[in-house]
Design a protein around this ligand. Sequence first.
Ligand code: SF4
Length: 452
Amino acid sequence: MTGTTQSTRPYLSYVYAYPHKTAYRPLAGHPAGRPLLSDLWAAERKDALSLYLHIPFCEVRCGFCNLFTRLGAPDELTTRYLDALDRQATAVRDALGDDEPVRFAAAAFGGGTPTFLTAGELERLCDIAEKRMGADLGAIPLSVETSPATATADRLAVLADRGATRISIGVQSFVDAEARAAVRPQRRSEVEAALGRIRDARVPVLNIDLIYGIEGQTESSWRTSLDAALAWRPEELYLYPLYVRPLTGLGRLGTGTETADTAWDEQRLRLYRVGRDHLLSHGYEQVSMRMFRRADAPHAGPDDYACQTDGMIGLGCGARSYTSSLHYSFDYAVEMREIRGIIDGFTTTADFSRAEVGRYVDDGEARRRHLLQSLLQAEGMRPVEYRERFGTDPYEDFPAELALFTARGWLDGTEGPSLLRLSPEGLAHSDALGPELFSPAVRAAMAAYEAK
Ligand code: SF4
C-alpha cells in the first residue's frame, strides 16, 4: 500500500528517541522536584553505559536542521563550554558512585559539529571522557560526527589516535546546487577532499549522510550523489528524507511545501526507493529506513536507534540521559537566540548535581519504547524477547496499533507470529508508523509544547 492520504502521510516525524524532547518538562514543576543524580542512578545497572558528549557549535546553520546547535562560538565560548563540561562530568561521575563498577561500553561525540573544536580542544574532550568519566576510549566503539569544512587532518589525527572507530560526515548532496537549496553552501571539491582526509586517517568506519527530497533533486541527480558516496566505499550510509520544520532556515523561507505536500511526499518516497534499491544492489544491507551498512564492513559503531537503550549518560547542554525511570536533559530550543541563551546558561552553571528537564517513563512507556525501537529496525523483533522482558505479548499490549499496521500492509507476516517485522512498505513508512505508537500522554505533551 503506497497511498499518501492524510492518515498515511509518510513523513510525520523521525523517531530517533522516545519520548521526544518536546515532551520533557522542567522537573522543578514536578511533585518530586529536581531529583539528585545520585538518587536517580543509585539502583541502575552501570556496567555497560553509553556515553554521549554534545558539542553545540557549527560553522554553518543548515536550512533543514533543528538540532540543538549554534552558529559560531565567539569570545572563547568553546573554552567556557569545555570548562562547564568538565564540571558536569565531575559531578555526574561522583553521582554514579563507586559501590559497583562503572563501565562504559560505547561513546559518541555528537552535535552540532564536534570537530568545530580545534585539535587541542578535541584532546581535552577526550580527556574529559577518559579522565573524568573513566571511559576507556581506546577499547570501546567511539563515534564522532564531522562536517566537510572541519574534518581537517590535525583534528582527524587526534580522533584516530584517541580511538575513534567511526567518523560520520554530513554531506547531504554531492550536487552543489542541491547543497545550496538545502541551505548548506559547500562545493563538491571540498567534500571530496574531506572524505580523502577521513580515509587517510584510517578510522575503521566511515558513515556518509545524504538527504533526499531537496528542491530540484531528480532521480538522476540523486543517483549522482549516491554514486559519488559509493566511490568511497563507506562502511555505512544514512539516507535522510528532507524535513522542513518550524523555526529552521527552510521553515522560515516558507518554501511553499505546505501546498505541495502530496507531491513532495511522492518525490521523497520515489527517491527513497531509488536510493534503497541502489544501495541494496551495491552490496549494502538495510538496517533501518535510514541506515545501510556495507555487508562486509566491520561493526564498529552503534546501530541506528541504539542510543535509546537504558543507561545513557549525556554530557553537554543538548544531550539526553536515560535511566530506566527518567529521561532528562537541559532546556531545548530551535530558535538561535533561545539556543544561545541556553548555552550561556550552561557555561555559567556551577551545580550539575540534579536533573533539570525531563520526563518520567513508566512501564507502559517502556513497552512502547521497546516496541518502537525494535520494530523500526529492518530485522524486526521477536515477541519472545518482549515477553522475557515484560511478561506479556506485544499483540496483547498493542492490539489496535498492530492491527492498523497489518491493515496498511506495513507488517511482513511471512514468518508468522514468531517475528514482528516491517514489510518493505512498512520500512518506507517508518516516519508515519513510529508516531502511531506514541502514547496519548506523550502526544498531548508534544502538542502542548511551544516551539522556541
Ligand atoms: S545539520 Fe549538522 S552541520 Fe548542519 S547545522 Fe545541523 S548539526 Fe550543524
